[in-house]
Design a protein. Structure first.
Length: 240
C-alpha cells in the first residue's frame, strides 16, 4: 500500500494542447505573412501595387507581420491578398497567450480534490511538471535573445556597425535598449532605422513573461516538495 500523499492540481492538459495548436498556427501563419512581405514595398514603389491616389510611403507592422503602402486615399497591406490571414493570426495569438498564461498560473495552486477540473497528483510529479514548463520557456527566451541581441551584447556602442564592413563610415548606435533588444542606427546620410525589426524586439521581450511565470511555479513546487520531505523525515524519526 502506498503512503505517498496526494494533492490537488488543476487539469491543464487541454490548455497546453490548445496553446500548442495555437503556436503552430502562429508560426505557419507568420511565415506566410513574412513571405508576402518580401519585395512588397518595391512593388509599391514601382507601381505594381495600386492604391487610392499617389504613393506616400511604406511602413512595416510588427504583428501581424505586414508591409503597408500608404497612398493619399488609404492604405494597402501585403495581408490584403490573404483575406483571413490577419484575423486568424490575431485570434491564434490571443488564444496562445490566454492558454499559456492560464496554464502556467494554474500550476501555482493546490486546490482541494473533488472538483471535475481538479486531479490528484503528488508533489514530486508537480515538481517535474513545473520543471518541464520552466525548461521549455527558459529555452525560448535565451534563443530569441541570442538572435536579436547578440550585437548589443558584443558591443552596445557599435551594435549597428557589427559585422557590416563599413570601413571609415560606420553608422552610429543611438538609444540602446537591452529589453527589448533594440537600438537606433544613424547612417552618415542622416537616415535612421531600428537595429532589429519591431516584431522581433517585441517578441523577445514578451518571451520573458512566460519564463517568469514558469519560474514562480517551479519555485513554489520546489518549496512544497522540500517541506514535504522534511515532514516525512520528521515523522520517520518520531516513529523510530
Amino acid at each position: 500500500m502506498s503512503h505517498t500523499r496526494t494533492y490537488g492540481a488543476y487539469r491543464t492538459s487541454g490548455l497546453w494542447a490548445a496553446a500548442g495548436i495555437s503556436f503552430g498556427v502562429v508560426v505557419i501563419g507568420s511565415g506566410l505573412a513574412l513571405l508576402s512581405m518580401l519585395e512588397y514595398d518595391e512593388q509599391c514603389m514601382h507601381g505594381l501595387t495600386r492604391g487610392p491616389g499617389a504613393l506616400l510611403r511604406t511602413r512595416y507592422e510588427a504583428f501581424p507581420p505586414a508591409t503597408v503602402c500608404e497612398f493619399e486615399g488609404g492604405d494597402v497591406s501585403s495581408l490584403d491578398s490573404w483575406v483571413v490571414l490577419g484575423p486568424l493570426l490575431t485570434l491564434a495569438s490571443a488564444a496562445l497567450l490566454t492558454c499559456l498564461f492560464t496554464a502556467l498560473v494554474a500550476e501555482w495552486f493546490e486546490p482541494r480534490p473533488g472538483a471535475p477540473w481538479v486531479r490528484s497528483t503528488t508533489r514530486a510529479r508537480k515538481l517535474n511538471r513545473t520543471a518541464s514548463a520552466l525548461f521549455v520557456t527558459g529555452s525560448a527566451f535565451p534563443l530569441l535573445y541570442a538572435l536579436a541581441g547578440w550585437k548589443l551584447l558584443a558591443g552596445p556602442s557599435s551594435a549597428c556597425s557589427a559585422g557590416g564592413g563599413w570601413g571609415s563610415h560606420p553608422p552610429r548606435t543611438l538609444e540602446v535598449s537591452f529589453l527589448p533588444p533594440q537600438a537606433t542606427c544613424q547612417y552618415t546620410s542622416g537616415m535612421t532605422s531600428p537595429l532589429n525589426p519591431a516584431w522581433l524586439a517585441s517578441l523577445t521581450a514578451w518571451s520573458a513573461v512566460p519564463l517568469v511565470l514558469a519560474s514562480v511555479g517551479f519555485a513554489l513546487a520546489w518549496r512544497r516538495r522540500r517541506a514535504e520531505r522534511r515532514s516525512t523525515a520528521a515523522q520517520a524519526q518520531d516513529a523510530a
